[in-house]
Design a protein around this ligand. Structure first.
Ligand code: GLP
Length: 260
């Protein structure tokens, strides 16, 4: 895992958006893996700006989102369908038929999850997957204990995740307790992964994911086994990394590396 630390969230988001743009410039029909949560909002904002300036075109892009709450209609203010539409899809030109988000309202979850997995393969696999990290170290909704080979499935959310996400709902009891999520194994098949984290609340999870042992207790730690993962962090999220100086040294001395 390559670690990049940025002074500000905005700089981190801008550089992450440039990574996405690089993928699209090399492959206009790339398949992008999208994430929700507050962390990637800056990346989406920057990608929308780049699109409005005519710098990137999404007309041949296909997307797959990581996850969705079970039981929320797609129009619900906190559904990930709505989040993606409001914050990204309605501002860019991805053909609607190319957008995939797990269904939180299907009547047959098992069949839907199997179809989602097949659809990713049929579209050629994910070229670049964006992921955030939960404060319990999860990626997507792969809570502690999830198999590191797990596939898209129905998942019960951990109490910590429900508590973390309660801030978005009117009442804590409104937070769904189930989600459909890509598995760790599904995410690991992406050709390139960008893990984003900002804020001190993520510092412990980031340190465990980047420098701790690979364990199903911190599913983001599986990314250590991925051949092409970059962690983009702000100072606060990086504050508990023991090898911080080493990462800066590597980036500074790498031929052609961005000076962060
Ligand atoms: C949810 C999502 C994750 C996300 C996490 C962190 O649990 N399923 O994909 O990474 O929240 O969210 P935030 O970026 O708001 O901290």
């Amino acid at each position: 895992m390559e670690v990049f630390v940025y002074k500000q969230y905005e700089e981190m988001s801008k550089t992450a958006a440039e990574e996405v743009a690089d993928v699209l410039n090399a492959k206009p029909n790339a398949v992008l893996g999208m994430a929700t949560g507050s962390t990637p909002l800056g990346v989406y904002l920057e990608l929308v700006r780049m699109h409005q300036r005519g710098e990137i075109d999404f007309s041949h892009v296909t997307t797959f989102n990581l996850d969705e709450y079970v039981g929320l209609p797609i129009t619900h203010a906190q559904s990930y369908h709505r989040f993606m539409h409001e914050n990204f899809f309605r501002h860019v030109n991805i053909p609607p038929q190319n957008i995939h988000i797990p269904s939180g309202t299907t009547t047959n979850y098992r069949a839907f999850c199997d179809w989602y997995e097949r659809r990713i393969v049929d579209c050629g696999g994910i070229d670049l997957q964006i992921v955030g990290i939960g404060s319990d170290g999860h990626i997507a909704f792969n809570e502690p204990g999830s198999s590191l080979r797990s596939r898209t499935r129905l998942k019960t959310l951990a109490k910590q995740t429900i508590d973390d996400n309660a801030r978005f709902f009117d009442r804590p009891e409104d937070v769904p307790i189930y989600a459909i999520t890509m598995g760790v194994g599904t995410i690991m098949e992406a050709r390139q992964i960008l893990m984003l984290a900002n804020g001190v609340k993520k510092a412990d999870a980031v340190a465990a994911a980047v420098e701790g042992p690979v364990t199903a207790m911190i599913t983001a730690s599986a990314l250590q086994m991925h051949p092409n993962t970059k962690a983009f962090l702000d100072e606060a999220a990086a504050s508990k990394l023991k090898m911080r100086e080493y990462y800066d040294w590597i980036q500074f001395h790498k031929p052609g590396a961005p000076r962060v």
